[in-house]
Design a protein around this ligand. Structure first.
Ligand code: PMP
Length: 379
């Protein structure tokens, strides 16, 4: 095993895909364009106060599964706040967006359920589909004609279609109305991962709400509390019947310790702030436009502006050069994206000033080779 580990490490270094989990911002003045704190709420004093109050009242951990003694009033408060924000009838909090995705697809899946998924869904949904023991079909990104054919040819009694509302790697938004109508016509459930939608799209209430689909029985939403909501955790939103089914069958709900009270309270506070402060949400869009214009790219639908680079090694190199100069940029490269379409990932947080964004994009442009600059000018 040791030899294999060393060989693997060599390959990662050679291919420029080495990742490190190290503190990137501690003790340094840097401009963070890499995190997912889209609304700048993670350090908001109101979320901090809500979290601290919950720690004092309920303790630091949930102590048990939600179906044993781990459910506290703060979990119910969070679920009600999520419903109020998104217009959904019911919500169920999980310990992460990852476990929420595993929970819903494994609870709905099995040999009698066909799962059809967009090829660009997040790794957690891919893992969920695999774990579900369902027959799984992938359709080309946003290709509703192929999806329609696959749905029409299904032999299983049930079908679940899995998409994201905003794809963070490609930066585009799904056609929710058309996909939901297709699902309704084929008696399929549409599961929409709104990790990058809630807090950002539809005045912060999410793209599903904006499409008038909140509360539609054939549409369910999964969410993370760890991006725009500035906290930690995840949730499934949908009908009361779906919630009850998950409480009884979702293994990542039943066999996982409940969400920490501090995270639940902070996320509930974030839901209230998002509804009350539309300017904060609007600032994400304004900053996204500035970032895109500064990089000369088409503005992506959400907070994340993916800047195409190509080779993984070059994307990593540009990210490293930016970091040396004080800008933290994300880097999508294998295994997050297929080989050859690596990209930088710049996040348009609401709490960034226009001058900061102009400076960062100017810096990035100054690092480009003439060929890259020419290619970018024509995109
Ligand atoms: N879905 C999508 C689309 C995501 O981007 C992420 C986070 N990277 C998740 C799910 C997982 O959410 P969490 O980080 O809360 O586990």
């Amino acid at each position: 095993m040791q030899d294999w580990l060393a060989a693997q490490a060599r390959v990662r270094r050679r291919r420029g895909v080495l990742r490190q989990a190290i503190p990137r911002t501690a003790g340094r003045a840097v401009l963070d364009l890499a995190s997912n704190d889209y609304l700048g709420l993670a350090a908001d004093p109101r979320l901090q106060a809500a979290g601290i109050a919950a720690v004092e009242r309920y303790g630091t951990g949930a102590r048990a599964s939600r179906v044993v003694t781990g459910t506290q009033p703060v979990h119910e408060e969070l679920e009600a706040a999520l419903c109020a924000l998104t217009g959904q009838p019911a919500a169920l909090a999980f310990s992460s967006g990852y476990t929420a995705n595993l929970g819903i697809l494994t609870a709905l899946g099995g040999p009698g359920t066909l799962i059809l998924a967009d090829e660009h869904i997040h790794a957690s949904l891919i893992d969920a589909a695999r774990l579900s023991r369902s027959p799984v079909g992938m359709f080309p990104h946003a290709d509703l004609d192929t999806l329609a054919k696959l749905l029409a040819a299904r032999t299983q009694p049930r079908a679940v279609v899995v998409i994201e509302s905003i794809y963070s790697v490609l930066g585009d938004a799904a056609d929710l109305a058309a996909t939901a109508a297709l699902c309704a016509g084929h008696d399929a459930l549409l599961v929409v991962d709104e990790a990058h939608g809630i807090g950002v799209a539809g005045a912060g209430r999410g793209a599903v709400h904006a499409a008038g689909l909140a509360g539609a029985g054939h549409v369910a939403v999964t969410a993370t509390l760890s991006k725009a909501l500035g906290a930690q955790g995840g949730a499934v939103l949908g009908s009361a019947a779906l919630r009850e089914h998950l409480v009884n069958t979702a293994r990542t709900f039943i066999f996982d310790t409940g969400l920490a009270p501090c995270s639940a309270a902070a996320a509930a506070e974030a839901c209230r702030i998002i509804a009350a402060e539309p300017d904060r949400v609007a600032a994400v869009g304004r900053n996204a436009a500035l970032l895109a214009a500064g990089c000369g790219i088409e503005q992506a639908a959400g907070a994340v502006q993916p800047v195409p680079v190509g080779p993984a090694q070059r994307a990593a190199e540009l990210a490293a050069r930016l970091e040396e100069a004080g800008v933290l940029a994300g880097c999508f490269r294998p295994p997050s994206v297929p080989d050859g379409i690596s990209r930088l990932r710049l996040t348009a947080r609401a709490d960034l000033a226009p001058e900061q964004l102009r400076w960062a994009t100017g810096l990035l442009r100054s690092l480009l080779s003439p060929t890259e600059a020419a290619a970018w000018a024509t995109t």
